[in-house]
Ligand binder design. Structure first.
Ligand SMILES: O=P(O)(O)OC[C@@H](O)[C@@H](O)c1c[nH]c2ccccc12
Length: 402
């Protein structure tokens, strides 16, 4: 074994910032004789773990029984890494296919020589549009947080006007019209459909929807993929529209909920394909604290089963469009409301919202027969020259108050 350094047991002090994540393990980079060396770590405890490393360049192999990490920064990074690992395992165990971050992304706040690492292009490409959006949100939220720290948002929330009753408005509309309550969507474009409306005036559209009898409105706030914006939410609210407003966002961080509340939202969307049960439960708590309604969206049986296991959900959306493939099939609403799931929903008096791909009075009748008490409609009404008339066309009759 010429040239091999014997296995040693020694305490190593690692100077910061030399920790980074690599796939599913934590690595340490340190420099020995001018060579950058990467070591994989198996955790036992945040401050005590063993290293088993192979470094062919230096023909050295060593095992270290204990390692003390210097500096608070590193300890925090380890904690973050642990939490992330735990989240990933949870997500996988819950059948969540969307990865929340590119696999070889550096840990939060990392500022070391991560860029020097070999980049695995394939592993780091999003597998579908929902994953792409989710990864982008992560970066976007980090940037937005710097401009609007949580503490400032918490203060702004204290002075914000009270929210309006989103769920109550849907129930009332259902009673009043005999049709599912309408959540009409203010959406300029989407990744699947491209531009839906060229001369897009969000306030004008919102007012037309309200006149046409919408119970609530959904406002896309994502800029990059849907050409929406929080300014639309704000503008609609300050123009005096009375319908409660759903902030249509890809929520991956509690900060976004506070932000939505300061921008005039009465409800937020939580997508089960992206969030673990634990995250949904936690975000629901924040919603409750801020008097916001939460629309929890599912697309398949498994997600529906998960959501029914979480306490305190009043509103469940069934998306007929897969956010992974863009396929739309309105029989999805019917399928997910059959048998046991449907029974539980009726028993618990939850409101189910049929989402996406609804164009005609027949479509509305179909999802209503399946058991929905509300519908979320964008394309078919936003495309009309007169969205108010678009609503009457969708239901086959005028559902406005007058
Ligand atoms: O335009 P449609 O097919 O009527 O769909 C509206 C709404 O259901 C859809 O925009 C939607 C449902 N869930 C989402 C989640 C994110 C973005 C968009 C959506």
């Amino acid at each position: 074994m010429e040239g091999l350094v014997p296995v040693q047991r020694l305490p190593v002090r690692v100077a910061s910032p030399s920790l980074y994540r690599c796939n599913n393990s934590l690595s340490i980079r340190r420099s020995i004789s001018g060579f950058a060396m990467d070591r994989k770590i198996n955790f036992r405890a945040p401050s005590q773990f063993s290293i088993r490393a192979q470094q062919s360049d230096l023909k050295e192999s060593l095992a270290v029984s204990s390692l003390s990490v210097e500096g608070k920064g590193n300890a925090l990074r380890i904690k973050e890494w642990e939490v992330e690992m735990y989240q990933e395992e949870l997500a996988i165990s819950q059948g969540i296919r969307i990865r929340r971050k590119p696999p070889s992304k550096a840990p939060l706040g990392y500022s070391g020589p991560f860029e020097l690492r070999l980049h695995n292009e394939d592993a780091d490409s999003p597998r579908n549009i929902l994953e792409e959006i989710t990864w982008y949100k992560d970066e976007e939220v980090s940037r937005m947080k710097e401009l609007n720290p949580l503490d400032a948002l918490k203060k702004a929330v204290e002075d914000a006007p009270p929210t309006r009753d989103f769920v109550g408005a849907l129930r009332m509309a259902h009673k009043r019209t005999g049709f599912p309550g309408l959540i009409a969507e203010v959406k300029k474009a989407s990744p699947s459909r491209g531009i839906l409306k060229e001369n897009f005036d969000p306030v004008e559209i919102a007012q037309a929807y309200e006149k046409g009898g919408a119970a609530c409105l959904s406002v896309l706030t994502d800029q990059k993929y849907f050409q929406g914006g929080f300014e639309n939410l704000e503008a609609i609210r300050s123009a005096g529209v009375k319908c409660p407003l759903l902030c249509k966002e890809f929520v991956v961080d509690p900060w976004q909920i506070y932000y939505a509340r300061t921008k005039g939202a009465d409800a937020v969307l939580l997508i089960a394909a992206v969030l673990t049960d634990l995250e949904i439960a936690y975000l629901l708590k924040i919603c409750k604290k801020l008097s916001l309604a939460a629309l929890v969206e599912v697309h398949d049986e498994r997600e529906m089963g998960r959501v029914l296991g979480i306490e305190g959900i009043e509103l469940v959306g069934i998306n007929n469009r897969s956010l992974e493939t863009f396929e739309v099939d309105i029989s999805n609403t019917k399928q997910l409301l059959e048998e046991e799931h449907g029974r539980q929903i009726r028993e618990r008096d939850m409101i189910v919202v049929g989402e996406s791909g609804l164009f005609t009075p027949d479509d509305i009748a179909y999802v209503q027969a399946a058991g929905v008490k509300a519908v979320l409609v964008g394309e078919s009404i936003v495309k009309q020259n007169d969205p108010e008339k678009g609503i009457a066309g969708l239901f086959g009759r005028n559902i406005s108050h007058t």
